[in-house]
Design a protein around this ligand. Structure first.
Ligand code: CU
Length: 173
């Protein structure tokens, strides 16, 4: 003899709210971009590192990164070759549906070359990522990335190897 089911109605309402809250981060490419940040730079530093976490709804390819603060961006990966850490530029990175792919110091990362001016800790920059959809169409999504100083970012450790970015300027030519 139940005429109302308030419990269920509340659940639906909460789900609706959760969806509305998420929607802003997910647009055409259906990729959730979170924890975007970039490493602060000093005057004259030729390259800055930037990092994100990506989760695609459908499997897509990340094919480019750019930012209005830098002349060009590249997608890089690090690898061990004969005990030496090396980087190489990647044309694309597959983002499997539903799987979180992390770009971080010491792993895959973005490099922003020739920043017009130093990236100051506490400010934000725009990162625009291009995704190739299953139908071949390329869709761009832009996020704000927080600039963090290395001192703050290195606090918990785990950022070893990141200093190899210095001397990295000629890479990828
Ligand atoms: Cu690199």
């Amino acid at each position: 003899m139940q005429t109302t089911k308030p419990g269920r109605r509340w659940t639906l309402a909460l789900l609706g709210l959760a969806w509305a809250g998420m929607a802003w981060a997910v647009d055409d490419a259906g990729v959730e971009i979170s924890n975007a940040w970039a490493k602060a730079t000093v005057q004259g530093q030729p390259v800055a590192g930037a990092f994100v976490e990506l989760k695609a709804k459908k499997t897509v390819q990340l094919v480019a990164v750019e930012s209005p603060v830098a002349k060009r961006g590249e997608i890089h990966e690090m690898s061990h070759e004969g005990g030496v850490m090396r980087m190489r530029a990647m044309k694309s990175v597959k983002l499997p549906a539903g799987k979180k792919v992390t770009f971080s110091p010491g792993g895959m990362h973005f490099m922003l070359f020739d920043p017009a001016k130093p990236l100051v800790a506490g400010s934000t920059i725009e990162l625009t990522l291009s995704f190739r959809m299953p139908d071949g169409k390329v869709v761009k999504q832009t996020v704000e990335a927080e600039v963090r100083s290395m001192d703050a970012a290195a606090g918990g450790g785990g950022h070893e190897g990141h200093d190899m970015h210095e001397g990295h300027a000629g890479h990828g030519k």
